[in-house]
Design a protein around this ligand. Structure first.
Ligand code: 8YV
Length: 332
């Protein structure tokens, strides 16, 4: 912990919105990444030798080997993001390092993008827009049987992970006339189920075989890695769509790509991938997939709110209080 004579060294691994960086400079000895070049593992290791606080993002792997290099002054990892699968939580806890995240402030943005994908894929939105933009296609005008997609009204949506984001997706989807089904470690309260008219499935397998659209909204943890395994993906109806705005690792991406190519799954809307920034070429090449570059929470408002949360967590911690968004390994 720094002496009162010096400001704590806060190392931020990526460029953050200007207002966030300005405030960080005022409060801390902030070492910022103005070029936004992702840091290598060895650069993060070097940083941890001097940092009092590290502010990583989803693109930084703060694993056991990295944490092993940390000097004794490192007391806090204040993640800029809600998912903490980039951090080895057990190793951090064993070293007495506190970890915080930024829950809540990206719920609505992520749910909006999830809903956008739920609409975009069955209705062939990107395919249609791309067709018109390509002058070489010479659009001949409306046709009764051309560019037909599938109706989402009245269909069954199966949400995997009914936390904040899952519930925000359900609220939107209900307004679009979808029937809400969900699988979660724990059943949500009766009030929430009633509000969403949601049906709980204790068995994920049983839910998968009955729904028309699956939305993945659970965090990536050792327990959810490949939750949508090859076996489970094959339980889906051939007319079903898969939407994922959580983490690519929750789905066996190779098998998903293979099943879409084979026509055994109708399509997918994917904002996240198993080996980011690499994306399976079969997924990129498929007309039946809408693929986005991990941008579900990418709003300026959301990123400023995330930065504000990071600052509050650091300030509270350094002032000797429990940071509001402390992550306990048992939460995941
Ligand atoms: C963030 C996310 O933007 O918060 C998360 O878990 O997946 C993203 O939407 C990213 O993690 C920032 O680190």
């Amino acid at each position: 912990m720094p002496t009162s004579a010096r400001k704590p060294i806060v190392i931020v691994t990526r460029k953050l919105p200007d207002v966030v960086e300005t405030r960080m400079r005022e409060l801390f000895d902030a070492r910022l990444n103005v070029d936004d070049a992702p840091m290598t593992q060895s650069q993060i290791m070097e940083a941890l030798k001097i940092a009092d606080v590290l502010v990583p993002t989803v693109t930084d792997r703060v694993d056991r080997a990295v944490i092993a290099q940390a000097g004794p002054q490192l007391r806090l990892i204040a993640n800029f993001g809600t998912g903490v699968d980039n951090i080895d939580l057990d190793t951090a806890r064993n070293r007495g390092i506190t970890v915080t995240n930024t829950p809540g402030v990206l719920t609505e943005d992520t749910a909006d993008m999830t809903m956008a994908l739920i609409l975009a894929v069955p209705r062939r939105l990107v395919e249609g827009a791309d067709y018109l933009k390509n002058a070489a296609n010479h659009w001949g005008g409306w046709s009764p049987t051309w560019m037909l997609g599938h109706r989402i009204y009245g269909k069954r949506l199966g949400i995997i992970g009914m936390g904040r984001i899952g519930q925000a997706v359900a609220r939107r989807a209900k307004a679009f006339g979808l029937q809400i089904h969900y699988h979660n470690r724990r059943r949500v309260s009766q009030d929430v189920e009633k509000e969403l008219e949601a049906t709980y499935w204790e068995s994920l397998d049983q839910m998968l075989s009955r729904v028309d659209i699956v939305s993945v909204n659970c965090p990536h943890t050792p327990g959810t890695y490949h939750l949508l395994s090859a076996r489970r993906l094959r339980l889906l109806k051939p007319s079903a769509y898969v939407v994922n705005t959580s983490r690519g690792e929750v789905i066996d991406e190779n098998e998903l790509a293979r099943l879409i190519e084979a026509g055994a799954i109708a399509g997918a809307g994917l904002d996240v991938f198993e080996h980011e920034p690499a994306v399976n070429p079969k997924i990129l090449g498929s007309e039946r997939v809408v693929a986005l570059p991990h941008m579900s929470s990418a709003t300026i408002e959301g990123r400023i709110d995330m930065g504000e949360k990071v600052i509050i967590n650091i300030k509270a911690f350094l002032d000797g209080h429990a940071p509001p968004d402390r992550v306990h390994p048992a939460m995941f």
